[in-house]
Design a protein around this ligand. Structure first.
Ligand SMILES: Nc1ncnc2c1ncn2[C@@H]1O[C@H](COP(=O)(O)OP(=O)(O)OP(=O)(O)O)[C@@H](O)[C@H]1O
Length: 329
């Protein structure tokens, strides 16, 4: 069983929120490429724009949001151009989402089995076949005794088991893209490792792509092929996982790394807090968005906005230091 390969190409995505205090420039010119069959992580502190990216892709931005620029390429379409019914079809068949709280996906008053059968409504399978597929999927995500458990309700499962079931439901349609929105954040460290392993195995088995959004650097390092570091609505660094974790080029990424010794060996550590706060996004600074928190800033940083520049085949950074240092951190 292999999902049809389809990557995701977010290009120049720019999103504002209208607010009483003015327009909040939540995402500015964001590029995220998820090649078919790969796992790409998006990391950033709270308020950096992770939810805005996901909501843009699945077209669930709140009423006060305006997409003022960019495209979201998927399967030959710009998702931003699709009608609601077209988008619903894509969300049912080709893109699935796993949320931080599995209860977002699970209905508490319907048995797990009924929900897993309902979700196959377009499959053309008989009820018995749908039940068999549900049992098989529960087995694959590591729910023991799936036949008996199909008749149970979400409250009868632990948090980790609920997340496994939510992942099973998300994968039922064999999507080509799975969006995982902090799916391990609510779990303890042991369960987090198990869910990361599960996602890795399922991705290999199904051949789908995964966009994995998290503020847990360790999880990103364990799971992802490629990492996008988002800061205050901008991509400040992106690259292969080895680039980001062994040669972080942006001071923001480095601050995260410094506070995470041994991060590669464990997936249990959390993003540290860095001095200062993500800035308000109504009045943007002229220069670098990270300058006021950056211990390595120099005059140019406050005067000129750094653009993302290539510093190796797979590595891009938006920092003036890259010029100062001949393209290397
Ligand atoms: N509906 C909204 N109206 C106004 N501002 C919003 C709205 N949603 C998000 N924002 C603002 O947009 C920016 C990005 O928020 P977003 O929720 O995308 O970040 P995040 O990285 O997902 O944070 P978190 O991890 O806390 O969810 C923040 O400055 C936030 O305050």
């Amino acid at each position: 069983m292999t999902a049809e390969a389809s990557g995701l190409q977010v290009r120049g995505l720019t999103v504002d929120y209208r607010s009483e205090g003015g327009r909040i420039h939540a995402l500015r010119n964001v590029d995220i490429e998820v090649p078919a069959g790969s796992i790409v992580g998006v990391v950033g502190e709270s308020g950096c724009g992770k939810s805005s990216v996901i909501s843009s892709i699945i077209r669930q931005l709140p009423e006060n949001a305006d997409v003022t620029g960019g495209t979201i390429g998927f399967g030959g379409n710009n998702l931003l151009d699709l009608s609601k019914p077209e988008m619903r079809r894509i969300m049912g068949d080709r893109i699935s989402v796993v949320f931080q709280n599995p209860m977002t996906s699970l209905n508490p008053i319907r048995s797990i089995g009924k929900q897993m059968i309902d979700i196959q409504y377009r499959s053309g399978r008989s009820k018995a076949e749908k039940r068999k597929v549900a049992i098989d999927m529960l087995n694959r995500v590591g729910v023991t005794d799936p036949e008996a458990r199909l008749d149970q309700y979400s409250y009868q499962f632990s948090g980790g088991m609920c997340q496994r079931i939510a992942i099973a439901m998300a994968l039922m349609a064999e999507p080509s893209l799975l969006i995982a929105d902090e799916p391990t954040t609510a779990l303890d460290a042991t369960l987090e490792v198990q869910i990361v392993d599960l996602l890795k195995n399922m991705q290999q088995e199904l051949g789908c792509s995964i966009l994995f959004v998290s503020h847990h650097l360790g999880v990103i390092a364990e799971l992802c092929d490629h990492v996008v570091v988002l800061y205050a609505g901008e991509v400040v660094e992106q690259g292969a996982v080895r680039d980001i974790f062994h040669r972080p080029a942006h001071p923001y990424t480095r601050r995260l790394m410094e506070c995470e010794p041994g991060m590669i060996e464990t997936v249990t550590r959390r993003l540290p807090s860095i001095a200062g706060e993500v800035p308000g996004l109504v009045n943007l600074p002229k220069g670098c968005i990270f300058a006021d928190r950056c211990t390595e800033r120099f005059a140019r940083c406050e005067a000129e906005h750094p653009e993302l520049q290539q510093i190796s085949d797979s590595h891009r950074v938006a920092c003036h230091l890259a010029d100062e240092n001949g393209g290397r951190p």
